[in-house]
Write a protein that binds this ligand. Sequence first.
Ligand code: DGP
Ligand code: NA
Ligand code: NA
Length: 190
Amino acid sequence: LKDNDGGSRGAFIVLEGLDRSGKTSQSSKLLSFLEGLGHPTELWRFPDRTTSIGQMISAYLSNQSQLDDHTIHLLYSANRWEKSSLMETQLKSGTTLVVDRYSYSGVAFSSAKGLDFEWCKKAAERGGYGGERYEKLEFQRKVAECYQALRDPSWKIIDGCQPMEEIQKQLQEIVLDHVSACKKGRPLSH
Ligand code: DGP
Ligand code: NA
Ligand code: NA
């Protein structure tokens, strides 16, 4: 993608991690932090349960419906696709997006369930545990292994076992760095 009219673009910040790793709290803190500094910012999350596809995912997660593993995988993917053009518009217009889960979850969670890792990567391209389906310790261990296998240089790893304030501080540092680089013209790439 090219930035419009040489204007600065927003940063695309994705928070990934196991269930209950604190992403959701940290994403809202990050939103307030960036807004406080005057950066136009929006908080998004996936799955986005507000769309009709998102509602199918939500029903599946709460065990109200049963779906074939490949089918649910593709619904998650479709749920990201249905928001992708709006996402691109926002980034190009200079809005920073803080996103609570994105396609790395798509690969990590589905391959942890036993779907073929390469199949998941292709299909997901671009595009105290509680009661939900995946929130079991053994399963989360597998997800962690799958995340390790996906890790690439764009990732910054933060140890979620640290005190909340420490996590927040590290996250802010990393994100500010990236937000400034985007303002200075770091290209937006797929
Ligand atoms: P959350 O709303 O962040 O708690 O996510 C709900 C659950 O769905 C969580 O266990 C992680 C899982 N999940 C998120 N995205 C995907 C995906 O693309 N594919 C699969 N299989 N699971 C996902
Ligand atoms: Na969850
Ligand atoms: Na979450």
